[in-house]
Write a protein that binds this ligand. Structure first.
Ligand SMILES: Nc1nc2c(ncn2[C@@H]2O[C@H](COP(=O)(O)OP(=O)(O)O)[C@@H](O)[C@H]2O)c(=O)[nH]1
Ligand SMILES: [Mg+2]
Ligand SMILES: [Zn+2]
Length: 306
């Protein structure tokens, strides 16, 4: 029978049967024996064919995927990690402080979504926090910047309730991949949308410590009014494995607009003469912060094993 993968923690997988029942699952031996470029061949959101034997679902087959998000495995750089499958959109939760979310991390996420054709959005959390003026300005600037590029951007607080209705509307009826650094408020947000779920949240004090606790599993939760969210730990960077250095600028929407104006058609927009991207950065039509993370990501792609 058919089932949906609703939870993965390393090789530990749970599936939801069409009856609504959730069972632990195991992969038929063949999957494990095959030489795979992936850390795990299966991800939350996968539709699978299972046979149930003594309260264990044995996965016989992974059904064709509509789409997926894949990144370089942050712990095994020669392997790829499937983050989720069959999703409608992906939202990254962002905080400027506690924890600090690097822009390279945000842009890496957006590039990954662009590369796999998944609609992306940003959710700035903890809107109730009284930030110091610099951090406050940065938050406002980033919200404006990413909105201007064309991404949906939300500013929310699970404490005050600010921004929750419009985010709820955006989640309604869709399967959304939610991720972000540990402590950014993923569990709190999912709890706000699913009364009675009571996911454990982490005490804020831990966030200032190194090596803080991270959730190591991904899980899918159904929203009461339709739609689903996938909670996924956001450690490491989102480095899309299949992007060639030459393609990277195509995944920055504001760069896409001026690519044909560079003197060289194989321009990497780094130090080539008559580069339209660099000209736009000088004019201020492309944000310097985006261009800097472009260069950092480009450097990272050049170092990847191929
Ligand atoms: N001030 C404030 N704190 C929040 C908010 N959302 C979450 N937190 C706190 O941030 C910490 C981490 O939240 P959690 O949901 O566990 O983050 P996760 O690691 O991304 O799942 C907890 O101490 C929460 O109480 C918010 O909207 N405002
Ligand atoms: Mg959590
Ligand atoms: Zn150029």
């Amino acid at each position: 029978m058919e089932a949906l993968v609703v939870r993965t923690a390393g090789d530990h997988v749970h599936v939801r049967l069409s009856t609504g029942e959730t069972l632990p699952a195991t992969l038929r031996g063949r999957f494990r024996l095959e030489e795979s470029p992936f850390t795990s061949p299966i991800a939350v959101g996968d539709h699978v064919q299972v046979e149930v034997e003594n309260d264990l679902a044995v996965i016989q087959e992974i059904l064709p995927r509509k789409n997926w998000l894949v990144r370089v495995d942050p712990t095994l750089p020669y392997k790829k990690q499937i983050l989720a499958c069959n999703i409608d959109q992906a939202f990254l939760l962002v905080t400027v402080e506690m924890p600090f979310t690097p822009l390279r991390y945000v842009d890496g996420f957006l590039v990954m979504c662009e590369a796999y054709g998944v609609e992306a959005g940003l959710v700035f959390t903890k809107a109730d926090l009284a930030l110091k003026p610099r951090a406050h300005q940065k938050r406002e600037y980033l919200i404006h910047l990413y909105q201007a590029i064309g991404y949906p951007v939300f500013s929310v607080s699970t404490l005050s309730g600010e921004g929750l209705p419009s985010l709820k509307e955006a989640l309604q009826g869709k399967r959304t991949f939610l991720t972000g650094l540990s402590g950014v408020g993923k569990s709190s947000l999912i709890n706000a949308f699913i009364p009675g779920l009571n996911l454990a949240t982490q005490p804020l004090v831990r966030l200032t410590q190194r090596g803080r606790h991270t959730t190591t599993f991904s899980a899918l939760y159904s929203l009461p009014e339709g739609g689903e969210v996938i909670d996924s730990p956001g450690f490491g960077e989102f480095r899309p494995p299949e992007v060639e250095p030459q393609e990277l600028s195509h995944y920055f929407p504001e760069m896409r607009a001026c690519l044909t104006e560079c003197r060289f058609n194989n321009c990497l927009h780094a130090d080539e003469p008559d580069c339209a991207v660099r000209a736009a950065v000088t004019q201020g039509t492309i944000a310097a912060s985006r261009y800097h993370t472009y260069l950092a990501l480009l450097q990272g792609l050049k170092l990847l094993p191929r």
